[in-house]
Design a protein around this ligand. Sequence first.
Ligand SMILES: Cc1cc2nc3c(=O)[nH]c(=O)nc-3n(C[C@H](O)[C@H](O)[C@H](O)COP(=O)(O)OP(=O)(O)OC[C@H]3O[C@@H](n4cnc5c(N)ncnc54)[C@H](O)[C@@H]3O)c2cc1C
Length: 495
Amino acid sequence: MTDVRIATTNGAGKVLESGTVEAFRDELRGPLLAPDDAVYDETRKVWNGMIDRRPALIARCGGVADIIAAVRFAREHQLLVSVRGGGHNTPGIAVCEDGLMIDLAALRSVHVDPKHQTVRAEGGTTWSEFDRETQAFGLGTTGGAISHTGIGGLTLGGGLGWLAGKYGLVCDNLVSVDLVTAEGTMVTASADENPELFWGLRGGGGNFGIATSLEYRLFPVGPVLAGPVMYPFARAQEALQLYRDFATSIPDEVNTIAALMNSPEGDPLAAVVPCYNGNIEVGEKVLEPLRSFGPPVADLIAPMPYRQVQMLFDEAFARGRRYYFKSNFTRSITDEAIATLIEQFANAPSKMSMVYFQQLGNAANRVGAGDSAFSHRDALCEWGCDAVWLDPAEDAANIAWTRQVAEAMRPFTSGSDYVNHIGLETEEGADRIKAAFGANYDRLVGLKNRYDPTNLFRHNQNIKPTVRKSGVVADRLVPRSAGRHHSVAQQRWRR
Ligand SMILES: Cc1cc2nc3c(=O)[nH]c(=O)nc-3n(C[C@H](O)[C@H](O)[C@H](O)COP(=O)(O)OP(=O)(O)OC[C@H]3O[C@@H](n4cnc5c(N)ncnc54)[C@H](O)[C@@H]3O)c2cc1C
């Protein structure tokens, strides 16, 4: 190992001498990867094929002790840090350019306690592993709608999913979180222990530390009655109106997604996807209005294991394709909003792209806006535009289209983004990130001041602290050229 040039939180950067890096490597049970390692390129890749950032070092953590060591090392050297859970975040905030990526991908153990109907899963677990283990006991809880998404990022940002009509958001079913704070110490957060931190971890994102494991409440789940029913694009306006009326009058057992998308043959369609979690015969009656509106192009609603509905869209969002998303919360779906979405979808440059509504869920709506950090409890759904394509030459056209759709839909939204879909401040601007936390932002700043006053965890949907601990240099990301006092080592890095 030679000296390592690495980014720091003050933007100046520095050189870590080889002995310092070797000592850090010796502290870790998992590998410490640098660009010349054979598996470096594979390890820095995340789900979105558009993301091509190159961390100076990747600590592929082998356990909690490695996470603590990595945080302490980053803190001591004031390194720019990113945290990778499932690696699914669309703007790719799990990977930082030139900094230290703390990678939890190897930490995926899931332990179910069937007696108490709880589960504890490590911070790098994906929903696929989570559902596999919990469903082995006939249990489940609200989880994201794509099985290869990570539980870490999704839960800490809130977590929309199929079971939210009955059980609330993913974060509403958190029992406790074990967290390594920015000081490199372990804390447990639950309703009884560090309750304010526990409040902030349910919607505040990765701002307060690294969740080494998360414990959830479980419920008996499945089989469910679920699947898409598809209508001709010519009737998309009526189909989405039917969807709106259905979604606003359903029992807690149901949650829904609706989308405009293309069939594998490239024909545009309107699709409504319900998931009924309850008695299947009753579910047949509840879902009947969606099936009798027609005739549909295809009706694939059927009883299926809960794990199967969790994987329904995995293929449509396969790893490594190019993705660019925009979304926003919506309190109601007007006829005009539907017409706008249909018009905009027709201009999509890629046949793989879609626009959608994902419902929050009845039980999720009943939680108070201040009861957890996730504040958007009055939203009916999140609307989104997901551009998906393969050829880098088509990046500009697809990004421009997504932004254009978002602009056209802006009048019909609450104006607040979902924390889990918003990117870095450089892309989104500070105001939009602040708005994503809604009325809870100031309370979250209080927690940030307490648990991460130097803003070590800044490569995320960043809540900025307003206090700084003395003796620690960490304020804002400044351009490399803007540094004032550079050591010789820093100057070498800057060349
Ligand atoms: C195709 C697709 C479908 C989606 N579907 C849904 C859905 O149905 N419901 C929904 O709510 N969201 C959904 N999302 C959004 C999803 O919640 C976010 O992308 C989320 O960031 C993914 O979590 P991850 O752990 O895989 O993220 P990563 O990319 O690994 O991390 C993103 C950020 O999360 C934080 N983080 C991750 N793990 C930890 C941890 N253990 N401790 C501390 N911080 C951590 C870090 O700040 C990190 O930078 C979807 C996204 C995509 C791309």
